[in-house]
Design a protein around this ligand. Structure first.
Ligand code: FAD
Length: 323
């Protein structure tokens, strides 16, 4: 049976996040030929709406309000609740992002609905969609479905391929006026940590360093390689604990979970807590001077050697073909 599916699209710095397009692709599958509509919240987001239609949304609702300029749980909650009450979708798809992880359980609990989080794949089984999600830090996968009522889903970035962009698609863009009551949280200022510009969670290539980089300066050759590849730099907790880099770079069980196309692990031993955050990467390259390091057990390509020799050699070779 065809379903009506809502997607919460996310934007940052005036551009849509890739996970929004992936969420539309997931919503299309869930809808079984029904309607997929996207909701875009912010203080000035109207100009982004058409791109969501090019990526497969049938129509877009924009909720513009200065109280939505930055994410706050109660501002977004009130907006989404009003739209859900008005539109009665049968499923709602979020990215498994900080925003999606915060907002989806609040709404699901208030609406007494089921939530399947951190979805990495989906398939149809009769009238239901069966969702695949990792458990036990990625050591196993479970398949789940909700057969009754409204279904909330969060999808892990970089796992579900977006539909091909089709600029000939058209659809309605409607502005929704939302009545946002007093907010309990007010964002006064957003302070960004210095970053390479590539978002770790959505990066297609990640160059990650561990305690083997030995110092803050030891990250420089990794950053150079990342710059040539257009990659983001990540780290193990070992490197963060040793103060070689900021905790915002940490990948793993208690850090970010990433699934890039290519993950280059430099001087990382491969502790289970690190593997929990990166072992689903499509191709893993490990550089470690210890041939017995556990990281080699998940690596597609292993280089036994000193990262301070190997990484600059890789940078030089990639420069020849990429720059
Ligand atoms: P090490 O284990 O010290 O490994 C360093 C590696 O570098 C070694 O294999 C060594 O051979 C290699 N090396 C040294 N010099 C060179 C060189 N010149 N060239 C090449 N290789 C070299 N860890 C995470 O990463 N993410 C998490 O989210 C996380 N969460 C945790 C949660 C809990 C509850 C606990 C208990 C631990 C968690 N940890 C996490 C920590 C984890 O157990 C490991 O301690 C950590 O991952 C080790 O980091 P590392 O591999 O960089 O360091």
């Amino acid at each position: 049976m065809a379903k009506k599916v809502l997607v919460l699209a996310e934007s940052r710095d005036g551009a849509l996040r890739n996970v929004s397009f992936e969420a539309i692709a997931a919503a299309k599958e869930i809808s079984g030929g029904g309607e997929v509509f996207a909701v875009l919240c912010g203080d000035s987001v109207q100009s982004l709406a058409t791109e969501l239609i090019h990526y497969g949304a049938d129509r877009v609702l924009t909720a513009e309000n200065e109280k939505l300029a930055n994410y706050t749980p109660d501002g977004y909650f009130q907006t989404l609740k009003q739209i859900i009450d008005d539109e009665s979708p049968e499923a709602i798809v979020f990215g498994h992002t900080s925003l999606g992880k915060d907002l989806s359980p609040r709404l699901a609990a208030r609406l007494e609905s089921g939530l399947i989080s951190d979805v990495t794949g989906l398939e149809q089984a009769g009238e239901n969609t069966v969702f695949t999600r990792p458990v036990y830090s990625g050591k196993a996968f479970e398949k789940k479905l909700i057969s009754d009522g409204l279904v909330f889903v969060t999808i892990r970035p970089n796992n579900i391929a977006p539909l091909e962009k089709d600029e000939s698609r058209s659809g309605d863009v409607t502005s929704v006026s939302v009545d946002i009551k007093d907010l309990r949280t007010i964002v006064k200022e957003v302070v960004r940590k210095a970053s390479t510009g590539v978002d770790l969670a959505e990066a297609k290539i990640i160059v990650a360093g561990g305690r083997g980089v030995k110092s803050e300066d030891g990250f420089k050759p990794l950053q150079e390689l990342a710059d040539v590849l257009g990659a983001a730099v990540g780290a193990s907790r070992g490197a963060c604990d040793a103060d070689y880099c900021d905790y915002s770079l940490q990948i793993g069980q208690t850090g970010k979970v990433v699934t890039p196309d290519l993950y280059i692990a430099c001087g990382i031993s491969g502790a289970i807590q690190h593997l929990a955050g990166m072992s689903n990467s499509k191709v893993i390259v490990a550089i470690n001077k210890d041939p017995e390091a556990s990281i080699f057990s998940v690596a597609d390509y292993g280089i036994v050697g000193d990262l301070f020799e190997v990484v600059p050699l890789l940078t030089e070779e990639f420069k020849k073909v990429l720059v």
